[in-house]
Design a protein around this ligand. Structure first.
Ligand code: NAD
Length: 440
């Protein structure tokens, strides 16, 4: 099928390459010409495991091309996927829909024939209906551009796997034709047994924000328990294990620590509360404000722990931060909890050095005042406190005996509760973590 993918960021670039990989003829579109040049040259504009392979393969097949021209896109696609950003609006909790609207306004007047516009971006419920009336005024005479919503659930770090083998596909459609078109797009996945849920657009739009709200709530729940554990002298890690054995609860997303961040979860739950207010049901999901607050508090609590370990004053204290990205296996630093903590330590006068395997370039762009490096030993050299803030696998491989030799004081704050505290303590480290009892 002739597909266009508009917006080639973390979501769209992977979607475009994977759609070409399963046999479609794909044109990727972005307003960012540097990104488009990189993609044309087969250079991934961001770090995502496995993406370079699928990009190279798709380009070599001749089924994947890129452009900055929406006119070219209009001529190419029988299905147009909308994958542009929907960030938080400045000064509001609501989603900024200007990029989605710009795509519709730029594309629809040039459509030569009837086609399907499929939104994948995370949007406020009601967006499909709103865009449908916007399009009615924009479409050329005799051209029918139908809108469907097919929210994306991929996780950065697993984006290729999640796109080719999703847990489920959700299609918010208003006609049988739209349903059939989407089933044709995803035919290889459907043949492989991926569940396909066909529903109305509002339900589809809500599935995405409801899923993110649930995950955020689960994380904030265990972080709230961590705070109670700290007050009661209990251990949140054991608590989470014991809770997780209950199959109704499950162990995943119950890791207490610094909490969630990134370009999705925080802004999605905020946008959901703003949309619920508009719909007159704000109180129904007001608990999400608390989920957000609990999450933010883990950052403050981690900084407070560092200050306490520094004897109450961070001025001039050398601190090593392990991790800049919001999660491992990504270079994405949007609303990164690790960088938020690093910046807070910096503002309190600490001499902060940040390590990340893939995120230093983005971290420097976001916070030029921080010193970032991808060399772990350089970052830890002379440190008085080491904070483990992003759960990269390689931090679990660090030899605490060797690291103890380069730091000034062997003090570790495990902000992700992911290192072996016994091993680090045996190597002479003082180890602190939220929700965990003081070292024996
Ligand atoms: P991103 O910022 O990485 O990518 C967005 C891209 O859209 C950018 O490259 C930008 O240049 C481009 N763009 C903006 N305006 C445009 C226009 N008018 N025409 C063409 N391109 C334009 O964002 P992302 O992380 O890929 O997220 C995109 C959407 O997908 C968001 O709604 C997000 O919530 C949702 N989502 C993201 C993920 C994820 O893990 N990143 C997962 C699921 C859903």
């Amino acid at each position: 099928m002739q597909l266009t993918v508009i917006g080639t960021g973390y979501l769209g670039a992977v979607h475009a390459a994977c759609m070409a990989d399963i046999g479609h003829d794909v044109l990727g579109v972005d307003v960012d010409s540097e990104k488009i040049t990189a993609l044309i040259e087969g250079r991934p504009p961001f770090y995502e495991p496995g993406f370079d392979d699928v990009l190279t393969r798709a380009l070599a097949s001749g089924r994947l091309r890129f452009t900055t021209s929406l006119r070219e896109a209009a001529a190419h696609g029988e299905v147009h996927f909308i994958c542009v950003g929907t960030p938080q609006q400045a000064g509001s909790l609501a989603a900024d829909m200007r990029y989605v609207d710009a795509v519709v306004d730029g594309l629809v007047p040039h459509l030569p024939a009837s086609c399907l516009l499929v939104g994948k971006s995370t949007v406020p419920v009601g967006t499909t209906a709103r865009l449908t009336s916007r399009i009615a005024d924009l479409a050329p005479e005799g051209v029918r551009a139908e809108v469907a919503w097919n929210p994306e659930f991929l996780r950065e770090g697993f984006a290729v796997e999640d796109t080719l083998r999703p847990d489920r596909l959700v299609a918010g459609i208003t006609s049988r034709e739209a349903d059939e078109t989407l089933r044709r797009v995803y035919a290889p996945m459907l043949e492989a047994g991926v569940p396909y849920i066909s529903t109305d657009p509002s339900t589809a739009e809500l599935v995405k924000v409801a899923a993110n709200s649930f995950l955020a709530t689960k994380i904030s729940f265990i972080n709230a328990m961590a705070e109670v554990c700290d007050a009661a002298g209990a251990d949140v890690a054991t608590l989470a294990d014991a809770l997780g054995h209950d199959t109704r609860i499950g162990r995943r997303f119950l890791n207490a620590g610094l909490g969630f961040g990134g370009g999705c979860l925080p802004k999605d739950i905020r946008a959901f509360t703003a949309r619920a207010e508009e719909l007159g049901v704000g109180p129904a999901i007001a608990f999400l404000h608390q989920v957000d607050e609990i999450n933010e508090r883990q950052r403050t609590r981690t900084v407070a722990l560092a200050r306490q370990m520094a004897g109450g004053d961070l001025t001039g204290r050398r601190v090593a931060v392990l991790g800049a990205t919001f999660k491992p296996d990504s270079d994405d630093v949007r609303d990164s909890p690790a960088l938020a903590v690093a910046m807070s330590l910096h503002r309190q006068g600490a001499d902060v050095r940040v390590h990340d395997p893939e995120g230093t370039a983005n971290a420097r762009l976001a916070h030029p005042e921080l010193r970032c490096s991808s060399d772990l030993l350089t970052v830890c050299q002379g440190a008085e406190i080491v904070l483990h803030l992003t759960e990269w696998g390689q931090y679990r491989e660090v030899d605490p005996v060797k690291l103890a030799r380069v730091v000034r004081r062997p003090v570790l704050i495990d902000g992700r509760n992911a290192l072996s505290h016994d091993t680090w303590r045996a190597a002479g480290w003082t180890v602190k973590a939220l929700g965990r009892p003081a070292s024996p």
